[in-house]
Each structure stands twice: as structure tokens, then as C-alpha cells.
Design a protein around this ligand. Structure first.
Ligand code: KG4
Ligand code: ZN
Length: 348
């Protein structure tokens, strides 16, 4: 008999509730994916304000849950198991989702799973492209994370190969957007401006690509500073800032390093599939360059549609379904959220 899994996400500024059906053959089908975002409340601060995010989760949790059940045409009593993001993320924000999940699991008397947000970003791809070939290599690029991961089993075995030593890729987009006078979050407006710019106009640095640098790690803070210096210099000289060219050149530097390192790691690990996920995976240049380079290297590329790439509840429901299918243990009802949960811990 198929089972209904509810997923709750509240690690950052998106309150997400997802519902999936886990079929007997292990296939996972998306039924509902409702998201309430507090992004507009953070825009004037240029970044997420944790206290504001927590309060917004509290207000959005019940209405978002109701909408998800309405969309799926299901009742709360149809739920067979609940998965919630246990970490990593903002402590106060995580707490709201974990508390809600515990309340629903107790009231409905169903098993509860505390799962890893980062693993959720990878698991979500199965909703669109079916089971993940294993092993596969995941490039996770969001506002908070930039990581290369080896996935041997989405329900139980993920190994970090490398990560950023400073800013996350999305954070670099957000900071560069601010320098260019573009709105927050910076990814979408930079992506748009870059379409009219010349990616070769300015040679911005490719961080951590020297012979002595850790191969699988990333650095974006030098790139961000370099863009800021370039803009300051032009402003001092009274020149008009060619926003489109700066955006395109910055974006090229990011996409170049991300794709080069992901493909190199896949080749070294003997892995034939790369999955790119997280908010920055929505970037048009990242996906086109990745497609080009993966094709040349004979590597299969999987990128979930943008809506699934950014934070949502369906990714947590999808991961929950894989964890349930793998018969992993449930979380004790007194478990705590862990803001620094390592990616190697797929479920608590
Ligand atoms: O995964 P996500 O929704 O939240 C986190 O877990 O951080 O990612 C948000 C990040 C933001 O930094 C945003 O600027 C970036 O994803 N982003 C993009 C694009 N759309 C969103 N970055 C580059 N290009 C885009 N099209
Ligand atoms: Zn995320």
C-alpha cells in the first residue's frame, strides 16, 4: 500500500509544507508543494534577519499546511509519516518547524523523522527525474551553502568532498547585487542583467584554482571584493558603471569555477552523474555551462526545475519518503533541531 509523507521546512526564510506519495516500488510522487516566503520582510536589510524569519514561520505554518492539504485533496488523517528539517539552519527558525512536526506527529500518532536540509536539496531531484543513480555527485549551491558531495545512498550515506572556505555562492550574488544597486536576493536580477552583458568584459579572479589550493573547496570572498573594488574605481573616475558587463563577468567567474570543480571531482571519483541543486542552481549560466561541460565529459547532468531548487517542503517530504523506504529509524519525540547538523547525518 502506498504511503503519504508530509514534509515541513523552516530552516531559513521559507515556510514549506510538501506532500508526497511513496509507492510500493519506491517511486516518490509529488502531490503538493506550498511555500510562504518572508523574503520581502528581509529585503531592506540585504539578508535574512533570524528573528523576523522565526516570527514569519510561526504565522505561516498552519495556513501553509492547510493549503498543501487542500491542493493535494488530502486530510491530515491521511498522513502516514512526517519528516521535518532538523538542520542545518537558523536555530529559531528550525525550532518552529520541529515543534509543529512534533505536534502533528503526536496528534496523528504517526512516525516522525528529523532530516537534513542539504540532503533534501538533493533528494528533491527524484521528484522530477526519478531514482538517483548511485553513486552520484551533488553540487549544492545556495545562499548558505556551497558544497561538493558524494552520494552513495540518499537515505543514509552522503560524504562531503569539499565546501566553501568563506562565502556561499548565493551570498556572493547577494553581496555583488548590493554593490551594483540591484535588489535582494541578488541572484535573479544579476542573472537577468548578465543576459545583456559581455562575460569576457572584465577578468575577475577564479578563487581557489591555484595549484596548491584544495581541489574540492571554493572561495568567493576574493571575487566579491574584486567586483567591489572594480566598481569603486570606476565610480571614482566618474565613469558610468556598465552593470550588465559587471554582472555577466562576475557570473561567468562563478559558473566557471563551480562547473570546473564539480566535473573534475566526478571524474576523479569515477562518478557518471552530477546533480546541481540549491537556489543558485536556478542560474541560467550555471546550468548552460554545466550542460555544455558535462556533455563534453560524458557525464549525465540533472538539475531540478527552479521551483524545486529553492527551499521548499517537497524536498523534505521527498527525503522523508526515501528514509521511510530505507526503513531508517524514527526520531525520538524529544529530539532537538541542530543548526550545525553535518551533511553526513541524513536523518536523526
Ligand atoms: O536554496 P535557497 O533558496 O536558500 C538557501 O538555503 O540559502 O537559495 C537562495 C539563494 C540566494 O542567495 C539567491 O540570490 C540565489 O539563491 N539565487 C540565484 C538565482 N536565484 C536564486 N543565484 C543565481 N542565479 C539565480 N537565478
Ligand atoms: Zn536551502
Amino acid at each position: 500500500m502506498s504511503r503519504i509523507i508530509m514534509g515541513i521546512e523552516s530552516s531559513c526564510d521559507e515556510t514549506g509544507v510538501g506532500l508526497v506519495r511513496l509507492h510500493d516500488d519506491g517511486a516518490v510522487e509529488l502531490l503538493a508543494d506550498e511555500v510562504a516566503s518572508s523574503v520581502e520582510q528581509h529585503a531592506r536589510f540585504g539578508g535574512v534577519v533570524p528573528e523576523v524569519a522565526s516570527r514569519a514561520h510561526l504565522e505561516a505554518m498552519v495556513p501553509t499546511t492547510s493549503r498543501a492539504f487542500e491542493k493535494a485533496g488530502l486530510k491530515l488523517s491521511d498522513v502516514d509519516a512526517i519528516a521535518v528539517t532538523a538542520g542545518p539552519g537558523l536555530a529559531g527558525a528550525l525550532l518552529v518547524g520541529v515543534s509543529a512536526a512534533k505536534a502533528y506527529a503526536t496528534a496523528l500518532d504517526v512516525p516522525l523523522y528529523g532530516v537534513n536540509h542539504l540532503a533534501g536539496h538533493i533528494a528533491v531531484d527524484t521528484l522530477q527525474h526519478g531514482p538517483l543513480p548511485t553513486p552520484c555527485l551533488a553540487l549544492l549551491v545556495s545562499g548558505g551553502h556551497t558544497q561538493l558531495l558524494r552520494v552513495d545512498d540518499i537515505a543514509s550515506s552522503i560524504t562531503e568532498l569539499g565546501s566553501t572556505v568563506d562565502d556561499a555562492a548565493g551570498e556572493a550574488y547577494d553581496k555583488v547585487a548590493r554593490v551594483l544597486g540591484l535588489p535582494y536576493p541578488g541572484g535573479p536580477p544579476i542573472d537577468k542583467a548578465a543576459k545583456n552583458g559581455n562575460p569576457a568584459a572584465i577578468a575577475f579572479p577564479r578563487g581557489m584554482t591555484g595549484p596548491r589550493d584544495a581541489k574540492n573547496d571554493f572561495s568567493f570572498s576574493g571575487l566579491k571584493t574584486s567586483v567591489a573594488r572594480w566598481v569603486e574605481g570606476a565610480t571614482r573616475r566618474g565613469e558610468e558603471i556598465p552593470v550588465d558587463d559587471v554582472a555577466a563577468s562576475f557570473q561567468e567567474a562563478v559558473a566557471d569555477v563551480l562547473t570546473m570543480k564539480a566535473i573534475r571531482a566526478a571524474k576523479e571519483q569515477g562518478i557518471g552523474t552530477i546533480v546541481i541543486s540549491g537556489g543558485v542552481a536556478a542560474n541560467s549560466r550555471l546550468s548552460s555551462l554545466a550542460a555544455e561541460r558535462c556533455a563534453a565529459a560524458g557525464i549525465e547532468l540533472r538539475v531540478p526545475r527552479p521551483r524545486l531548487c529553492t527551499d521548499n517542503g517537497a524536498m523534505i517530504a521527498a527525503l522523508g519518503a526515501h528514509v521511510v523506504a530505507a526503513k531508517r529509524p524514527t526520531a525520538p519525540l524529544d529530539f532537538s533541531a541542530n543548526p550545525a547538523l553535518p551533511v553526513s547525518v541524513v536523518s536523526l
